[in-house]
Design a binder for this molecule. Structure first.
Ligand SMILES: C[S@@+](CC[C@H](N)C(=O)[O-])C[C@H]1O[C@@H](n2cnc3c(N)ncnc32)[C@H](O)[C@@H]1O
Length: 288
């Protein structure tokens, strides 16, 4: 009879488990640092996403991984942690009706205001790889070719410094070109790599990129005429969302507009100052 092989020769190396207290500590850190809401129902997803980071770093368990993420010198891993638990998915002219609303209902007023020498500000909050602010910039230039000479600017912010680098580079795979209306292709140019295209200089001139965590303090003191914060608050719990909408309302000029994601709804104190004026578009109609 052939003797049974020693078990240890055949067992796959044991995967670390995610203990209940480890999941709770990760969820607590994700909430306080990034505003992310990770209910127990997401434990398997959190395990599946973060186990890859443990393997890459050669760490033995989730407690060690969390200590690593929290370490002052490990900002890059904090970005990896956030990226693993959220998505940067975005596209040019995503939720196209928002851009129709902007072009038809808001831009004529913005352009008149800017040409009268006044300040006009738009904010793409949670801009990911930049398709959202570049879509806004191209639309503005189409209606107002001299926009870069006016006081008309777009702030594009995100928490993730690596995705902001991509946004600032402004180069995208060729297959994303089709999402951009043909009339705006004049704002595109060839990129260094043949299978990519790049955003030309004029739209770039309208945009300032900045790293900003939406659940922390904001440095901006003046109001915005339009804020796009789409498909970001979905990661936050209900009280964090309500606080965010309220802060956006305070940061919007009277008569200004807030655009949110298709699966998001305004809630909390902002409902007293902002009125629905379109599909997931709100106008600030009164002061608190
Ligand atoms: C799904 S993308 C949305 C991009 C774009 N707004 C759109 O709708 O196409 C979500 C973005 O929110 C960013 N994000 C997540 N938590 C954030 C936070 N606390 N503060 C700022 N940005 C955050 C992510 O880095 C990511 O780029």
């Amino acid at each position: 009879m052939i003797p049974a092989p020693a078990q240890s020769d055949h067992l796959a190396p044991q995967l670390p488990q995610m203990e209940a207290n480890e999941f709770a500590a990760i969820a607590d850190y994700a909430k306080t640092t990034f505003g992310l809401h990770l209910p127990l129902a997401k434990k398997e997803m959190v395990f599946a996403r973060l186990i890859k980071r443990l393997r890459i770093l050669g760490l033995r368990d989730f407690s060690t991984y969390l200590a690593y993420v929290k370490h002052a010198d490990h900002a890059v891993e904090r970005s990896e942690f956030l990226s693993a638990l959220t998505t940067n998915v975005t596209q040019f002219f995503r939720e196209n009706h928002h851009f129709d609303f902007l072009r038809d209902k808001l831009l004529p007023g913005f352009i008149t205001k800017a040409r009268a020498g006044q300040r006009v500000r738009l904010w793409s909050a949670g801009c990911s790889a930049g398709q959202e602010p570049y879509s806004i910039a191209m639309l503005i230039l189409e209606s107002c070719p001299d926009a870069a000479q006016l006081d008309l600017k777009i702030l594009a912010s995100d928490i993730d410094p690596r995705i902001l680098d991509t946004a600032q580079t402004g180069e995208y795979p060729a297959d994303q070109r089709t999402a951009i209306p043909a009339a705006l292709h004049k704002f595109l140019k060839p990129a260094t790599a043949t299978e990519m295209f790049a955003i030309d200089a004029e739209p770039r001139k309208l945009i300032s990129f900045a790293e900003l965590n939406l659940i922390e303090d904001w440095p901006m003191r003046q109001g915005f005429d339009a804020i796009f914060c789409r498909n970001v608050a979905i990661y936050f719990d209900a009280p964090t969302q309500a606080r965010l909408w309220d802060r956006f309302s305070q940061q919007t000029t009277l008569g200004g507009h807030l655009f949110i994601g298709h699966s998001e709804r305004l809630s909390g104190p902002a409902l007293a100052t902002m009125r629905s004026v379109g599909i997931t578009v709100y106008a600030k109609t009164s002061l608190p």
